[in-house]
Design a protein around this ligand. Structure first.
Ligand code: ADP
Length: 605
């Protein structure tokens, strides 16, 4: 069988899982470690008890003493069983905590990783491997403790039973290893045969399936009848069925042969072990009690030994999955998620942002051209910049780079003359009050949504920003006001918001955050021109003494900006104030003319 190549070694993956358990729940080991000897002790006690009993009877102990031995045995057995059961139940319960931790860690990583990793095909594949392969069903990093426990129990069983038998007769141990090795070879022979040939019968199965589905298709029903294709079909199917049966026979013959050899081997092993033990009894080297005990030990030892291969396989298999899990956490991060340089102080506000020779291509893009091509743009302190241009020009992309969602393929972005990667990315996000095109609500109250917090909320301020955003009447009409819950799908008593109202809610959230940079990416798409104009006036107010970037497809609404940049095919083709650009008579002026005609017609209609 081909081994999957992993980045980390088996030991490293096992150590990773054990270390996590140690970090999250040290008490887990309190139940894990004792479970191993307890699991070996139980069958050992069951094997040992008959010896004690036989020895007692043989040595002529009275009935009361024998009863006492039986009582002690069952008492001890009960205690061991109870202890074992107690440990198992504690482990099962605590394992749930581990499972939640692992799943929580993936979700957390997904939320904190560079934004590009939620879009990058390689990163998404890693996420799927971590989520589906490693953590669905039996979550490998969590369940490996069970596999390890199985392995440790088998090893301890082999050592304990092996030592007992070895002390009595090393020959028996050699015999048992030999028989386990032969049993392993037989299993390997069977497995290899199946591995080698499964594609052959797989292809026959596919042909049978195809012919069956073909014969049942309504479209072919007429042809089959008119052209008398029954016999042809039937002969083909019979041929394939015969071939398939042949393979089934060959496999079952091998399975049967394996079973027979294994049975003969067990018989031989037991027979030889019997012979050695009987010879020892005859030579008075051991008594009848020892004979019974040792014979039980031989059977137990063989079981541990034969099972060890599966135990090892189980651990190896889980290690591969842990590797998937770790790969997701070890993904490349371009941005700084650790300690960053300090954010600009109050005295350094408003901020300045510079794109220096920035080119960008989406990781998933197979387009021939870059989405942004050598963009040089300085957004001055407190400047209100509008970005306009045709659909697909790269406006939203530029904003995504500015906010720190994507990192330039080439060039750099600086905020107050420091490269973006110098800042801790989460702190950097705090500099932006942004409203994007896609509007997502959350299943929380209006107050929580607007303040983006479930802790301390300045309720007066929430009401104030909602009023500024033009939602005063809407909120007044709700029985629970700002305590009304959003999202109907989650809570029955939630309130509905229209597209335009959602955009106003987003604006209120941006107002509440009151961050130094305002970014608006077509926040008014769902509004009519009058409502849009009102909203832009509000933004205008909000943006005073702040640096801001507005994207709008309606050029009229960007007139209040200090500067307008016209983007086309990822390049800045024009830049200047509205009047300058109109005077220039270029692409901006052309687009403005077309739009004002359209609006005039719309108004006149
Ligand atoms: P605009 O905002 O000017 O309409 P965008 O910045 O949204 O333009 O898009 C610019 C180009 O980038 C378009 O061709 C678009 O298809 C492509 N694009 C946008 N987002 C992605 C993405 N996540 N992956 C790949 N290509 C994208």
């Amino acid at each position: 069988m081909k081994r999957e190549k992993t980045k980390h070694s088996l030991f490293s993956n096992v150590a990773y899982a054990l270390r996590n358990i140690w970090t999250w729940d040290k008490a887990f080991y309190l139940f894990f470690i004792p479970s191993i000897p307890l699991a070996v002790l139980l069958p050992l006690a069951a094997t040992y008890f008959p010896k004690v009993l036989i020895d007692a009877v043989e040595s002529g102990q009275d009935n009361r003493r024998i009863l006492l031995i039986v009582g002690i045995y069952f008492g001890a057995l009960l205690i061991v069983k109870l202890l074992n059961g107690f440990c198992s139940s504690r482990l099962m319960m605590r394992q749930y905590n581990l499972s939640l931790r692992y799943q929580h860690a993936i979700t957390e990583k997904y939320m904190r990783t560079d934004f590009v990793n939620t879009d990058h095909p390689d990163a998404l594949l890693k996420y799927q491997h971590a989520m589906n392969d490693a953590c669905s069903g039996q979550c490998a990093p969590e369940f490996i403790w069970q596999s390890l426990m199985g392995l440790f129990i088998s090893l301890l069983g082999i050592v304990t039973y092996g030592s007992i038998i070895f002390l009595v007769s090393p020959w028996i141990i050699a015999l048992l290893f030999l028989s386990a090795f032969i049993a392993y070879l037989i299993t390997r022979w069977q497995r290899n045969y199946i591995e080698k040939n499964k594609n052959v019968w797989g292809s026959i199965d596919r042909k049978i399936g195809y012919l069956q589905s073909f014969s049942q298709k309504f479209d072919y029903a007429k042809d089959i009848r008119v052209y008398g294709m029954f016999d042809w079909f039937s002969d083909m199917l019979t041929g394939f069925h015969k071939e398939r049966l042949n393979w089934t026979k060959r496999v079952s013959t091998r399975t049967l042969a394996g079973t027979c050899v294994n049975a003969a081997l067990t018989l031989l092993r037991n027979g030889l072990a019997y012979a050695v033990l009987i010879a020892m009894v005859l030579r008075n080297e051991i008594g009848a009690g020892d004979f019974v005990f040792l014979f039980g030990a031989v059977t137990g030892f063989s079981a541990w030994l034969n099972g060890i291969g599966n135990r090892v396989n189980d651990v190896v298999h889980k290690s591969v999955k842990i590797d998937y899990y770790r790969a997701y956490f070890e993904m490349d991060e371009t941005y700084n998620h650790g300690v960053g340089c300090p954010l600009p102080a109050e005295s350094e506000m408003p901020v300045e942002i510079e794109f220096r020779n920035v080119s960008f291509r989406y990781p998933s893009s197979d387009a021939e051209e870059d989405t942004l091509k050598s963009v040089n743009l300085k957004i001055r302190k407190g400047e209100k910049l509008a970005i306009v241009g045709p659909n697909g020009a790269g406006k939203t992309t530029l904003v995504k780079l500015l906010v720190g969602f994507y990192y330039p393929t080439d060039g750099t972005i600086l905020l107050n003359e420091r490269e973006l990667t110098e800042y801790n990315i989460e702190e950097y996000y705090s500099l932006f009050s942004a409203v994007f095109q896609d509007l997502y609500l959350l299943p929380v109250t209006i107050a929580e949504f607007v303040s983006s917090s479930d802790g301390e909320i300045d309720r007066e301020r929430v009401s104030d920003v909602l009023r500024q955003a033009g939602l005063k009447e809407k909120i007044a009409s709700l029985p629970n006001g700002i305590n009304s819950r959003l999202m109907k799908g989650v809570f029955d008593d939630s309130v509905e918001f229209s597209g335009g109202e959602k955009q106003k809610l987003m604006l209120a959230r941006a107002l509440y955050k009151n961050a130094p940079v305002i970014v608006l990416d077509e926040p008014t798409a769902a509004l009519d021109p009058i409502a849009e104009n009102e909203l832009y006036l509000k933004y205008h107010e909000l943006a005073s003494r702040k640096t801001s970037v507005f994207i709008s497809h309606r050029l009229a609404s960007t007139r209040f900006c200090d500067r307008i940049v016209f983007l086309d095919h990822g390049e800045i083709v024009e830049s200047g104030s509205h009047d300058e650009l109109m005077k220039r008579g270029g692409k901006y002026a052309e687009m403005f003319e077309v739009q004002s005609h359209y609006y005039k017609e719309e108004k006149d209609a």
